[in-house]
Design a protein around this ligand. Structure first.
Ligand code: BGC
Length: 520
């Protein structure tokens, strides 16, 4: 690796070059991969709250909801089949993300995005035309495969294209597109639910083809990342690409680092066996815990089931979908806050502040529900009371949108050394999908059994994860990926997992001016 770099957590080595229009545009196009994930998250909640959809595919849930008005509000929608519709996608995405990791390595990132978009298109067509539950779930599995491929390749693509000091901002473009996808889905559901004739849900499901078309077409025009070109044996093209995306001819240092990192990574023959070695324990812990924690914030209770949830607390159909649109808007605009602050304030401050905000709001919302619905689930909300609830749910969503939302994808993607980066990314995506699945599958049953306590349950988890971040997550802002190991080495707890011999970041100076290990 090139020498002479200064590394200190909070400010790192800088390669020459600027944010070129070219790299900005490629990142925008690649980030649209987040649209398909977001559209899925948003669409199922609205569709499963539409009477015509329930009547056609889930007649029992429909009957229970309509005829048995005296029933406990908390349990109206509890149906395993209904949750399978929402959650089957995430199981498919989990499995697909492992396959995608191989495709991403062998054929490059863009073909993973292209393939994902294409499979997603077929899924959208199948769902829009669904005649029975089988077509519906098969379509959703295909959508899941698309999401698995996109979520595996897009964050890697963005991190590799971005200049180090803007890595946070450009990576969060992915999360921003997720939130735009969710909002678009909520708006579309709002519109299609008003269509007379009971086929509005078909439009909602079929319109998933639009974001799929965008990423499929977009991927065709995307250039490959320099890292991927080097990895696949095209060094000259890689160098030219680096010049183009950095807007300067002075790319030797960065190029040499990429080549060195790629060579070092080739020495590791079995990344999956390596990832469990003691020296990678800090990164492995984060790749498993961060996605678990992200889902245990309870965000998807709002994202998947906002309309159902708002119905539960007594809103009419229209008001339920409208509230989903409002939370969707808050989600998009609050994500922008992290786009502009993540490389300045750093990751930890956003995690901690967002965590406190979520805990407070969850306790307030749980308490507001218990005051009105009690444990029996019988009761009614006045307009003002309901508006209060929506307000606190929005403040909660905002807290998530500038902390665990974007950082749940960014941090795991930036902490792995290259030799185990692809394995680490697969672990992150699959654990995220597994827990998304678990929450989606369990939510309606949890609401029925835990009632308002569900909100306290998630608040408890946010207390745990916020404490965890405070104690165990070091700041990674502006630290070049190749030197990330020094951050762990300087940490009070993780340092004991890393011996001096494990530090192979050649010729790097610590912030106090002393030299660390030299080139290996
Ligand atoms: C999470 C999703 C969530 C979304 C909400 C993403 O980062 O992975 O599970 O629905 O944020 O904006």
């Amino acid at each position: 690796m090139a020498g002479g770099a200064i590394v200190n957590p909070g400010g790192g080595k800088e390669y020459p070059g600027k944010l070129t229009l070219f790299v900005f545009l490629t990142c925008v196009v690649a980030a649209t991969g987040g649209l398909i994930f977001g559209y899925d998250i948003g669409i199922s909640g609205g569709v499963t709250s539409m009477d015509s959809f329930l009547e056609k595919f889930f007649p029992e849930v429909y009957r229970k909801e309509k005829k048995d008005t005296s029933t406990n509000q908390y349990c109206k929608f509890d149906s395993q089949l209904l949750t399978t519709f929402t959650s089957s996608l995430y199981l498919a995405a989990l499995i697909a993300s492992f396959l995608a990791s191989a495709v991403t390595t062998v054929f490059g990132r863009k073909w993973s995005m292209f393939g994902g978009g294409l499979v997603f298109l077929v899924g959208a067509a199948l769902n829009g035309a669904a005649r029975n539950i089988f077509m519906l779930i098969l379509g959703r599995i295909l959508l899941g495969i698309g999401v698995g491929f996109a979520n595996q390749s897009v964050p890697v693509y963005l991190s590799e294209m971005a200049p180090a000091h803007l890595r946070g901002m450009l990576n969060i473009g992915f999360q921003l597109m997720i939130t735009v996808g969710i909002l678009a889905a909520n708006l579309i559901n709002y519109g299609t639910s008003k269509i007379n004739g009971g086929w509005g849900w078909r439009i909602s499901l079929a319109l998933a083809a639009v974001p799929a078309g965008i990423i499929t077409l977009g991927a065709l025009f995307l250039p490959d990342t320099p890292n991927s070109l080097i990895e696949r044996g095209h060094p000259q093209e890689a160098k030219e690409m680096l010049r183009r995306i950095r807007g300067t001819d002075d790319v030797h240092e960065e190029y040499n680092d990429l080549v060195a990192a790629s060579e070092e990574s080739k020495l590791v023959k079995h990344p999956w066996a390596n990832v469990i070695r003691r020296k990678y324990r800090p990164q492995l812990t984060m790749a498993i815990l961060i996605p678990i924690f992200q889902q245990l914030t309870g965000i998807n209770v709002i994202m998947f089931y906002a309309p159902v949830l708002f119905k539960t607390i007594g809103f009419g159909d229209n008001a339920s979908l409208m509230s989903a649109v409002i939370t969707g808007l808050v989600n998009v605009f609050s994500t922008l806050v992290s786009v502009f602050t993540v490389d300045k304030l750093g990751r930890r401050k956003l995690f901690l502040q967002g965590g406190f905000q979520m805990i407070l709001c969850q306790i307030i919302v749980g308490t507001l529900i218990v005051i009105k619905l009690g444990t029996s689930g019988e009761g009614h909300f006045s307009k003002t009371y309901a508006a209060f609830m929506v307000f606190f749910i929005c403040v909660y969503v905002a807290g998530f949108a500038w902390s665990w939302g974007p950082l749940g994808w960014l941090v795991p993607s930036e902490i792995f050394p290259l030799e185990i980066r692809s394995a680490g990314q697969s672990i992150n995506v699959s654990v995220n999908m597994l827990f998304t699945f678990v929450i989606a599958q369990a939510f309606l049953a949890m609401l029925c059994h835990m009632k308002f306590g569900l909100f306290y349950f998630f608040a408890g988890w946010v207390v745990i994860m916020t404490t965890f971040v405070a104690l165990f997550l070091p700041e990674t802002k502006n630290v070049p990926i190749e030197e990330m190991i020094l951050v762990w080495k300087a940490h009070w707890f993780w340092s004991k997992f890393i011996s001096d011999d494990d530090i192979h970041v050649g010729n790097v100076e610590m912030s106090n001016g002393s030299k660390s290990k030299s080139v290996v």
